[in-house]
Design a protein around this ligand. Sequence first.
Ligand code: HEM
Length: 418
Amino acid sequence: MKMSKDRASTSAKLSRRGLLVGAAASPLAAIALPAAAETRPSEPVDHVNLNMEVPFYGSGGQAGVETPPQRYIHFMTFDLTTVNPRDLQVLLARWSAAIAQMAKGETIGQVEPAREHGIGFDTGEALDLGPASLTVTVGLGPEVFSERLGLAAMKPQFLRELEHLPSDAFLPQFTGGDLSLQACADDPQVAYHAIRDLARIAKDTGAASTRWTVMGFGRASAGRNQATPRNLLGYKDGTRNIAEPEDFDRFVWTRDDPVWGGMGSYQVARKIKMHIENWDVDRVSDQNNVFGRFKVSGAPLTGTDEFDTPDFGKTDAEGNHVIPRTSHISLAAHENNDGIKILRRSYNYTEGINEVGLLSAGLLFISYQNDPAHFERLQQRLGAADRLNEYISHIGSAIFFVPPAPEEGHYIGQQMFG
Ligand code: HEM
């Protein structure tokens, strides 16, 4: 079954399903919400159809940005190992052809040993699993546009390293990269297979080698008409995320940037470790003040329903703000940031336990915006004052430009090679 990447028909298909399920689950689903509330329905619409395909080719933005988040992610960054633009060109062409195949649930070649069939073979572990809504989103880091590859004139307008932000505590092994692959699917093995075979192609072309990677689950963000999932701190995450097409146009997609093709986006990836044991001994009433929301319902501290609009000005009898000014949502909300919004497309991750037996887990935070300064603006405030900082550390970071989707018969970034 094909899911169109085209926004209108994708959301039409999902809305239709949403209406059917919502109507079956509750006769109230059809009643209009009060004007002050968010528009996303609170009835969960969270089907997984492992036969669903999301096309790779198209005339708009790449799949995996506006696509409703799938359940699993495998994210990997790569270092360039060439100074020859032709090698990069070959890599992007081969990656594009392979991604298009895998998005259809097909292998990238015969399932045979490399010695007999060269790099064209497929490792086989995704055979019979279906497309599982696989999307692989390709990002280009700032170094792609340095002088060494001769592509400096093609640099997207705002692509640069992120400025140093308060609370940055990066470890080199989780930082940077010249290329990124964000593989998302409703089956973790489908996402794993995609990255594995694309990493093999990178090695074979001699253009890039692996740098850092995170495998994530339990999408910690909600798309249009999706039920809101929870992050590993137990809170609903993604309640007030970008969902409306107008907001995608205004805050996510570039228009005339870069000169060789609009409808791109800037991808920021942060590996954020959670100090889970500390969090677990905190009282829920304190935890609610950290986020400015109630844990079970997800409602803001000034409301009763998840989708009630937070009232950041409301004070109690003592004159204290009901949603603390240093709570996560008060610092990050668009109402308190000159209207700025970013698209969050994050996932939970775990790496088991660390060397002293503590749980090693956190959030692979990924955001898309049409100017990385928008992320910096929010993280500047969060990093300086967020109550959540006691329980998290930003240990990894990278930035990429995600070029538009290629038309059939073309490949990602083709225009920048002239
Ligand atoms: C481990 C790190 C983080 C956790 C656990 C976390 C969790 C949450 C939760 C539970 C919410 C409330 C529900 C919602 O509206 O989605 C929220 C909202 C939000 N977060 Fe985070 N977040 C984290 C990091 C970040 C970072 C790094 C940024 C951006 C720099 C960010 C930006 C936002 C924004 C813009 C909102 C919506 C605020 C609103 O409009 O009410 N978050 N986050």
